[in-house]
Design a protein around this ligand. Structure first.
Ligand code: UDP
Ligand code: MG
Length: 171
C-alpha cells in the first residue's frame, strides 16, 4: 500500500541560534524518517505572513512573523509512515510547559513564543506548506537502503516514486 506521507518541519531562528540544528535533525533521522528536502534560508516577512496565514486573526500573529523573520531557519521535508502525526508528537505541545519529556519542545525550550520548531499539523497543511517552501526540483527522490530494515512491508514506506508528488501552495 503506497500511503507514505510528507511533512514540513522548520527549525525556527531561536533553534538555529541555540545550536540545536544537529540535535533536531538527528531525532528525525534516528526515528527512521526519510529526508527529501532541506534548506537554510532567511524568509521574508511577506512570505512568513503567508506561511502563518491561518493565524492572521490571533493577537500574536505580528510578533510571530517578526520572530520568524529575525534570523535564518532550517526548512525540511520528511517522509514516512504517519510522519505528520508522529512529527507533531516528536515536537511536543505548542507550549513547552505542557510538553512531555522526550519531546523536542520539552527538552530544548521554555516559552511558547520561543518554541524553536514548526511542524505541519495535518496532511493538508503539510501539502500546502511544502508547496510554499520548496520548488518541485528542490525535493530529492532517492532510495535509502535503511528502509528495508525500518519497514516490514510496503505500507507507508517511502515509495521512491519515479517522480515525487507535486505539492501546491495554492492549497
Ligand atoms: N504562538 C505564540 N503564542 C501563542 C500561541 C502560539 O507565540 O499563544 C506561536 C508559537 O511559536 C507557535 C506558533 O505561534 O509555535 C504557531 O502557533 P500554532 O497554534 O500553529 O502552534 P504549533 O502548530 O506551532 O504547535
Ligand atoms: Mg501550527
Amino acid at each position: 500500500m503506497a500511503n507514505s506521507e510528507f511533512t514540513f518541519i522548520a527549525i525556527t531562528p531561536d533553534g538555529v541560534q541555540q545550536g540545536l540544528v544537529g540535535d533536531i535533525i538527528k531525532r528525525f533521522e534516528q526515528k527512521g524518517f526519510h529526508l527529501v528536502g532541506l534548506k537554510f534560508m532567511r524568509a521574508s516577512e511577506n512570505f512568513l505572513k503567508e506561511h502563518h496565514i491561518d493565524l492572521k486573526d490571533r493577537p500574536f500573529y505580528a510578533s510571530l512573523v517578526k520572530y520568524m523573520h529575525s534570523g535564518p531557519v532550517v526548512a525540511m521535508v520528511w517522509e514516512g509512515l504517519n510522519v505528520v502525526k508522529t512529527g507533531r508528537v516528536m515536537l511536543g505541545e505548542t507550549n513547552p510547559v505542557d510538553s512531555k519529556p522526550g519531546t523536542i519542545r520539552e527538552d530544548f525550550c521554555i516559552q511558547v513564543g520561543r518554541n524553536i520548531i514548526h511542524g505541519s499539523d495535518s496532511v493538508e497543511s503539510a501539502e500546502k506548506e511544502i508547496g510554499l517552501w520548496f520548488l518541485p526540483e528542490e525535493l530529492v527522490n532517492y532510495k535509502s537502503s535503511a528502509q528495508d530494515w525500518i519497514y516490514e512491508g510496503q505500507e507507508g514506506r517511502p515509495q521512491n516514486f519515479p517522480a515525487l508528488p507535486r505539492f501546491s501552495s495554492k492549497g
